[in-house]
Design a protein around this ligand. Structure first.
Ligand code: B16
Ligand code: MG
Length: 220
């Protein structure tokens, strides 16, 4: 297999913002007298803002009109943006920047495939947007993960075949989306959370593309 491109999810893959999403949603759940468990949070990874809110409302047996939901989603985003306002390179997950640099040197195309409407802004704020040729985020898709739209648009933007493109994901829904789209899903995180990923690594530290290609070869 000749690899043409890599598409990266943002939260939990490039930056450690997943914890801020958790804190903001937990704050909202507390408003309703509940709380968010880490297991429930796994289910929210890769899920759009509105769908996440609906999940929390449902778990707490709360009914809201669409207008109220819009206001609550905006409130969560305000808390989230406040939490990440000083985000910088120290929030990058270990080894990510080196890994992106090495892909560039190998002429492997790089794209973003994130459910977050804040994703492109976050890459720019951190100062790593120059690595990316294509930015597909929550503003550019109609269907959320596990639908493969976000990655298919990324592959189209990079002019690559999904079968020659790795998708790095930390969420089960994202891995499912990559599988459905015919990509090579590589999990970042714990194997037990990502059973459908082709391979799972704890992160990018000490990880090279050669190692991944070799491991893919070994399991095929
Ligand atoms: P926003 P990813 C996802 O980003 C997060 O995993 C998920 O927790 C979040 O609710 C979603 O983005 C929407 O984010 O409120 O910023 O639009 O993991 O697909 O990069
Ligand atoms: Mg993610």
């Amino acid at each position: 297999m000749e690899l043409s491109a890599c598409i990266f999810d943002l939260d939990g893959v490039i930056v450690d913002t997943a914890k801020f999403h958790f804190d903001a949603w937990n704050r909202m759940a507390e408003l309703f007298g509940g709380s968010l468990t880490h297991t429930q949070n796994e289910e929210l990874k890769g899920v759009s803002r509105m769908a996440s809110l609906e999940f929390i409302l449902e778990r707490n047996n709360i009914q809201k009109t669409q207008e109220e939901k819009n206001a609550l989603a905006a409130q969560k985003n305000e808390w989230y943006l406040d939490m990440i306002k000083n985000i910088g390179k120290d929030e990058l997950l270990p080894g990510v920047e080196l890994f992106l640099e090495s892909l560039k040197k190998k002429n492997i195309k790089i794209g973003l495939g994130s459910a977050s409407r804040n994703a492109t802004t976050i890459l720019k704020t951190i100062g790593i947007d120059h690595f990316f040729e294509v930015f597909i985020d929550g503003n550019s898709v109609k269907k959320s993960k596990p639908h493969p739209e976000v990655f298919l648009k990324g592959a189209a933007g990079l002019s690559v075949e999904p079968s020659r493109c790795i998708v790095f994901e930390d969420s089960e829904k994202g891995v499912k989306a990559a599988n459905t789209g015919g990509f090579i899903p590589i999990g970042i995180g714990l194997e037990e959370n990502l059973p459908e990923a082709r391979l799972v690594y704890p992160g990018f530290q000490n990880l090279t593309l050669e190692m991944i290609l070799q491991d893919l070869d070994n399991i095929s």
